[in-house]
Ligand binder design. Structure first.
Ligand SMILES: Nc1ncnc2c1ncn2[C@@H]1O[C@H](COP(=O)(O)OP(=O)(O)OP(=O)(O)O)[C@@H](O)[C@H]1O
Length: 518
């Protein structure tokens, strides 16, 4: 049998930052038409490897071959020219522009001096038909769904002639229905000869989408094997190197007094439009309330309103019976609120500061971290070392800048800081986004331990498995309003998926009954 030449071959890739090897002899081979998953714990070195492939980083040593030919990928434009396209987790689209205008940005077709939008739109239409990426070329980005925006990102890479598409956690913001559609798109792309590298911590998705998986552990490629016949449990255990439990057991807890009471609040978004309307919800001691919803339905503004980061226009936020509406974030924190923000880079940490400093951000002005107004570095490092150990935050040391840490480890650091304080209410927005299964298991255990300790927990997540696993009650939000509140044990992913689109509970249950009967 003749060996096929891989589309991409990365050989013995080593990438050092100082003495630390983020990639420590990684080998990766991707064939044409293959969907190849990269699986590894937080900090294993996946992003570093992809940054090397897309020209953002240069390897310390090692070789890259494209279709058997050795290449130097010394800039992102070189990577583009080699047919490598990246579909980022955070879309890079301009809301006020149309689909076509966004796709054309940076690779404009001109007729004389004017932009030839018509030719571009035709090409986009042809590409979307070929690959099953339905989207209206003339629609404005602000008018299309998150799933469609992602298709625009995919079309952007295809428009530039990409043959190799890299996806970084592509399903993080999608509904269950959109995830199925995306997997179908992967298969279409592969059938048409494109190769896909898929970075994800979602093992079910690897099993549904990928042909092959390469497991990376501590900067080394451990094994590459076909996905067929492998269980999620086997994948998890292999990646983490121990047995992982997906479902965290919850004891029955007597629910106590109301800790957070949100009473008919309205919060506006940055454009001055009411993003949260007439929203009321209680969270009691000893319970976890989950908020499920599609990205952009008011979750961000809701949490910002509660935590003092955005103005509440009307209504009241009560904490432990005290009116805390429009108090400062510090005043709210001091009432016993821990906040794990969804945007860790904007609200969770200071990327220029060290890990140790970041872990002290909420308490640096108090003893033992400060004495008579003077910071105590030894005490700060002691706290940092304790939290790093307890929450398994991996980095090159507590004195590295937070910005140099892997995404998952940044998240673990924020969680460690917020759970370490003795709070009565924990507000956790997308708490496990970007975390590997082992870390998710641990964070879920910690949040459930808060509930068992009689604390109130409010979780906002796009991950329905997470919402179902953690919550006692689930409030579904659509267009800034609650569509329904259900007990977690009486619902499932499909039902939540329908409610998230704005369907009433009665209609969703009727629709699902019909599907079963059909
Ligand atoms: N510029 C840098 N300076 C120092 N260390 C770095 C730098 N970039 C990455 N690292 C380190 O390299 C290691 C690998 O990080 P990388 O982001 O590649 O991991 P990952 O597998 O993508 O993790 P995650 O799943 O959390 O995104 C981490 O320990 C990180 O702290």
């Amino acid at each position: 049998m003749t060996e096929l030449t891989p589309v991409i071959e990365m050989r013995h890739i080593i990438k050092k930052f100082g003495n630390f090897a983020a990639n420590d002899d990684i080998n990766l081979q991707v064939q044409q038409g293959e969907i190849h998953a990269l699986l590894g714990e937080n900090g294993a070195g996946k992003s570093t490897l992809m940054n090397i492939l897309t020209g953002l980083l240069q390897p310390t040593s090692g070789e890259i071959l494209i279709n058997g030919k050795q290449v130097t990928v010394d800039s992102p434009s070189k990577s583009d020219a080699l047919g490598i396209g990246m579909v980022h987790q955070h879309f890079m689209l301009i809301d006020a522009f149309t689909v076509t205008e966004n796709i054309m940005l940076g690779s404009e077709i001109t007729k004389g001096l004017t932009l030839d939008t018509k030719t571009a739109a035709q090409k986009i239409k042809q590409l979307s038909e070929q690959y099953g990426l339905q989207v209206d070329p003339y629609a404005k980005i602000s008018d299309i769904s998150v799933g469609q925006q992602q298709r625009v990102e995919i079309l952007k890479t295809l428009y530039r002639g990409a043959d190799i598409l890299i996806f970084d956690e592509p399903t993080a913001v999608l509904t269950p229905q959109e995830i199925d559609e995306l997997i179908a798109i992967f298969h279409n792309l592969a059938k048409e000869g494109k190769s896909i590298i898929l970075i994800t911590h979602k093992l079910d998705e690897i099993r549904a989408a990928a042909d092959t998986v390469t497991v990376i552990r501590a900067g080394k490629s451990i094994e590459t094997f076909p996905v067929a016949g492998v269980s999620s449990q086997e994948l998890a255990d292999l990646m983490v190197g121990r047995e992982v439990h997906f479902k965290t057991l919850k004891d029955t807890v007597e629910v106590g007094e109301t800790i957070l009471k949100i009473d008919k609040i309205e919060v506006q978004n940055a454009r001055g439009i009411a993003a949260v309307k007439d929203f009321s919800l209680d969270v009691k001691a000893g319970e976890i309330v989950g908020i499920a919803g599609i990205d952009g339905n008011g979750q961000t503004e809701l949490i910002q309103g509660i935590t003092g980061l955005a103005k509440v226009q009307s209504g009241t936020v009560w904490l432990q019976g005290k009116d805390m509406t429009n108090k400062t974030p510090r005043q709210i924190t001091e009432t016993g609120v821990g906040h794990i923000p969804e945007d860790r880079l904007r609200f969770g940490m200071e990327v220029e500061m060290t890990l140790s400093e970041n872990l002290a951000l909420q308490t640096y002005y108090k003893s033992p971290l400060s004495k008579a107004g003077v910071l105590q570095p030894v005490a700060m490092d002691e706290l940092a070392n304790k939290l790093v150990k307890e929450f398994d935050v991996r980095s090159a040391g507590i004195q590295v800048t937070a910005g140099s840490m892997s995404g998952g480890n940044q998240q673990k650091a924020v969680i460690a800081r917020e759970l370490n304080r003795d709070n009565d209410l924990i507000i956790a927005a997308q708490p496990t986004r970007g975390l590997d299964v082992g870390a998710v298991e641990y964070i879920h255990q910690r949040l459930i331990a808060q509930r068992h300790a009689g604390k109130a927990v409010l979780v906002v997540s796009f991950e329905l498995d997470e919402i179902l696993n953690l919550s006692d009650r689930i409030a579904v939000i659509n267009a800034g309003q609650i569509v329904g509140i259900v007990n977690a044990k009486d619902t499932n992913k499909q039902e939540l998926g329908l409610l998230m689109t704005g369907m009433s509970l009665t209609d969703a249950r009727a629709a699902l009954k019909e599907t079963v009967n059909a």
